[in-house]
Design a protein. Structure first.
Length: 261
């Protein structure tokens, strides 16, 4: 499923706290932050009608098998498990039923022009880039809400404010690739095979990074007790097992997991 958003559709979903943080303004007085937000809203108004934001998702039958998510067609998404003695020893696969469940896979991005069309104005380029980041995240928020309430429909009566959405008071989670629960950016290659990122204009670098930079990808899980966690440090034993499950050499996987070793 592909959804193309106009900018005004996503503006209400923007989490401005992250925008202020990116500018180093999160600890500034309210008046200064409001002025910056007004400037940003003016830029968004100028971008309206010229650029769009795109979401791509698929819902699939799935179940867990050890630390893997096994999709209905037999393909697998190998995952990693916490190993620190003081951790819950969680793996995202724990939030799927071992016999039958469903999972969502998604990606969101902006038109490439938002990253290329403002090179002759340093301030505007930075403003648009940071807004593009927020729009890609807002698209994920808006899409996930529609998935919960309509497409998957496991929470049809959900009625949350934007503040509640931003602090994730909804049922389920949306772990994104590159974030603490899902730190291995090479999983983008797996998701790309399942989703075909090219449909919404995303291409992958050799490191699994997405272009445009203002892009998000990840999983959607519905389990009522699903929650985020930080993978933290893993051992050589798990690295070797993960490489085996991914079908890749250990040294290749080591490059993607350096910060977790």
């Amino acid at each position: 499923m592909i959804i193309d958003y106009d900018i005004h559709q996503l503006t209400p979903y923007i989490n401005w706290d992250y925008f202020f943080y990116a500018w180093g303004m999160h600890n500034k007085p309210l008046g200064e932050r409001q002025k910056l937000q007004e400037e940003a809203m003016s830029v968004l108004a100028d971008l309206e009608g010229k650029y769009k934001v795109h979401a791509l998702f698929v819902l699939m039958d799935a179940h867990s098998e050890g630390d893997d998510i096994v999709l209905g067609d037999g393909r697998r998404i190998p995952l990693l498990r916490q190993q620190q003695p003081d951790s819950e020893c969680l793996c995202l696969a724990d939030f799927l039923h071992p016999e039958h469940d469903r999972i969502g896979l998604f990606a969101t991005t902006v038109d490439m022009g938002l990253e290329k069309d403002f090179d002759n104005d340093t301030y505007l380029k930075m403003m648009v880039q940071l807004l593009a980041d927020r729009l890609a995240e807002a698209a994920a928020e808006c899409m996930h809400e529609a998935v919960r309430k309509t497409y998957w429909g496991y929470a049809p009566d959900e009625q949350l404010t934007m503040q509640q959405l931003h602090v994730e008071q909804f049922q389920g989670i949306r772990p994104a690739v590159g974030y603490p629960s899902l730190p291995d950016t090479s999983l983008n290659f797996v998701l790309n095979e399942l989703l075909d990122f090219h449909q919404i204009g995303i291409r992958l670098t050799e490191s699994g990074a997405m272009k445009p930079h203002a892009s998000v990808s990840g999983l959607m899980m519905a389990h009522p007790e699903a929650h985020y966690f930080s993978l933290g440090t893993i051992g050589e034993d798990q690295l070797a097992d993960y490489a085996r499950r991914r079908g890749l050499p250990v040294e290749v996987m080591r490059k993607f997991l350096t910060s977790n070793l």
